[in-house]
Design a protein around this ligand. Structure first.
Ligand code: FAD
Ligand code: SIN
Length: 537
């Protein structure tokens, strides 16, 4: 089937939902998402949204904290843009019905949380379920907007561009190349549809699932990054994968985060000998930026041959803990951990991609009319390491900037809706052994965890690169022989993202922020630049 719209939005986390709402004021919007509406990383966000809210806080302080965490690689204009526009975007979320937690003593005041790397309290939150509250309000608004057509269980496969069409005809691609739409697998009908659009917004989130252990839900397979790469968009800083220091370590629970906000309220990290070890790594102790805390935990685990460390917040009263952190309190209780009296076993896990599709301050990529917003993009805000709770803020600010720029483009140029040919399945047959996809998926995630994790070496990265190439070749054969399925599309994307992370990590011959390699353990001024990758066709 063929569909047409002014704005095609792919993904329904904070970035996609907010962009769709804003774009709907200017044209027809189709919002595609591969799972239920709102299923996303956004939905699981716990700690909150950082913004200059308190009168005693200042833009300069938030900018400084962001740049310090980013370890010399933040793009100053992007940091200024996000921090200075942050409070306005928060006001807008509140106007859309998001209910942030208020102070018990002063109900007219929002309660501000604290997290690592922040010099002061600046995190607006909805207890420990900030993402669920934001997504609830935005989904409600999207569902009642008549100009937005929502199509859940629709998985984008590939972008269609003028360059791609030209190359297929054996012609030289035009410059600049422009996006025209996307091929999309309707997961219910098991049919590939073509979507034609004047503007495409990639809001597909991150790629935590490229690692064995992650805080991310299953949707985080890097689809947007891989699609943009295949289409020829410029990518940046893919080596900077953030490992959250404290994911619950329990055999019955997959991917449950223990928010950094606990450390903001005084939780202490202890090793298996019961020692509070952070003082050996950083004077900011548990509230040092995440790269430092995750590396310190990794070092303790290796030093002691332990499976986990512990996070202890038992100094806080039970009533406070169950009221301020209800989800964490209940999830831990469900597996027999009483956080009011016992320390929580935790380990680092892959959490956030600082790199992605390189975009300008309007969120536009190197492909014309293709915007990338949220975790799938690289705006320059995070540099080599993201400051806690800056991601939701970035998604909200860039959803706004991108919607404004896209609306202007529509009004000024009204990009042509090109009639695109239907998906050509060739001689593809039904997949015979779906288990092969699952095996390969686990293989990629395992070697990424083992060789491209918190501490890297050139030798391990090269080992990973050899494996990634092999897997990519196998997928290429498998992909074209068999009818496309959701798991196959995701596997192809995971392998693509794995390749981009490894290649970027091999290029950066220094340690900085989240990229730490034993072969080049120091930062090097000559590497104060982005790692940019662009596909050669
Ligand atoms: P997402 O919210 O991940 O949305 C991506 C969407 O794209 C999903 O709807 C997905 O289904 C869809 N999609 C993906 N591929 C396709 C495809 N091929 N076709 C169609 N649809 C597709 N950040 C903070 O700032 N503060 C926090 O407190 C915080 N806590 C976090 C806690 C957890 C457990 C996790 C995992 C992350 C947390 N983060 C936090 C990070 C933050 O949540 C994310 O970076 C942010 O929400 C990303 O938003 P997004 O809209 O870009 O992507
Ligand atoms: C957390 O609550 O610890 C997550 C915050 C973030 O990822 O910014």
């Amino acid at each position: 089937m063929r569909h047409s719209c002014d704005f095609l939005v792919i993904g329904s986390g904070l970035a996609g939902l907010l962009f769709a709402l804003k774009a709907a004021a200017h044209g027809t919007v189709t919002l595609l998402t591969k799972d239920a509406l709102g299923e996303s990383n956004s939905r699981y966000a716990q700690g909150g949204v950082a913004a200059v809210w308190d009168e005693a806080d200042s833009f300069e302080d938030h900018i400084r904290d962001t740049m310090i965490a980013g370890a010399g690689l933040c793009r100053r204009e992007a940091v200024e843009h996000v921090v200075r526009n942050g409070p306005r975007r928060i006001q807008e979320l509140i106007a859309l019905g998001v209910s942030f937690s208020r102070s018990e003593d002063e109900p007219d005041t929002y309660e501000l949380g604290r997290e690592g790397g922040h010099g002061r309290r600046r995190i607006l939150h909805a207890k420990d379920q900030t993402g669920a509250e934001i997504v609830r309000a935005l989904v409600e608004a999207v569902n009642t907007n008549p100009r937005i057509t929502v199509t859940p269980y629709a998985m984008a496969i590939d972008l269609i561009t003028t360059g791609g069409l030209a190359r297929r005809q054996g012609e030289l691609p035009p410059h600049p190349c422009r996006v025209l739409g996307a091929y999309v697998l309707d997961l219910k009908a098991q049919r590939v549809d073509v979507y034609q659009a004047r503007i495409v917004a990639l809001c597909t989130g991150g790629a935590g699932k490229v690692y064995t252990y992650t805080t991310n839900p299953d949707i985080a397979t890097g689809d947007g990054m891989a699609m943009a790469w295949r289409a020829g968009a410029r990518m940046a800083n893919m080596e900077f994968v953030q490992f959250h220091p404290t994911c619950l370590f329990h055999s019955d629970v997959k991917s449950f985060l223990i928010s950094e906000a606990l450390r903001g309220e005084g939780a202490r990290l202890l090793n298996t000998s019961g020692e509070r070890f952070m003082s050996r790594y950083d004077t900011r102790l548990e509230l040092a930026p995440r790269d430092i805390v995750a590396r310190a935990i990794d070092a303790e685990l290796k030093r002691l041959g332990a499976d986990c460390v512990y996070l202890d917040i038992s100094h806080q009263p039970r009533a406070y803990l169950s009221g301020r952190f209800p989800a964490i309190y209940q999830q831990c209780a469900a597996v027999g951990i009483d956080i009011a009296t016992q320390p929580i076993p935790v380990v680092p896990a892959a959490h956030y991609f600082c790199g992605g599709v390189a975009v300008d301050l309007t969120g536009e990529s190197s492909l014309r009319n293709l915007f990338a917003i949220g975790e799938t993009s690289c705006t320059g805000l995070h540099g080599a390491n993201r400051l806690a709770s800056n991601s939701l803020l970035e998604a909200a600010v860039f959803a706004h900037s991108a919607a404004e720029a896209a609306a202007e483009r529509l009004a000024a140029e009204r990009p042509e809706l090109v009639t695109l040919s239907e998906w050509d399945a060739g001689d593809a047959v039904e997949p015979d052994e779906l288990v092969v996809v699952q095996h390969t998926w686990s293989e990629v995630r395992r070697f990424m965890w083992n060789y491209v994790g918190i501490v890297r070496t050139t030798r391990r990265l090269k080992r990973a690169r050899r494996r990634v190439h092999l897997v990519q070749e196998e997928i290429r054969n498998y992909y074209w022989d068999f009818r496309v399925t959701g798991p196959l599309i995701e596997l192809r994307n995971l392998a693509t993202v794995a390749g981009l992370v490894v290649d970027s990590a091999l290029r950066r011959r220094e340690s900085r922020g989240l990229h730490y390699t034993l072969d080049f353990p120091e930062s090097d001024r000559r590497w104060i630049r982005d790692t940019e990758l662009e596909r050669r066709f």
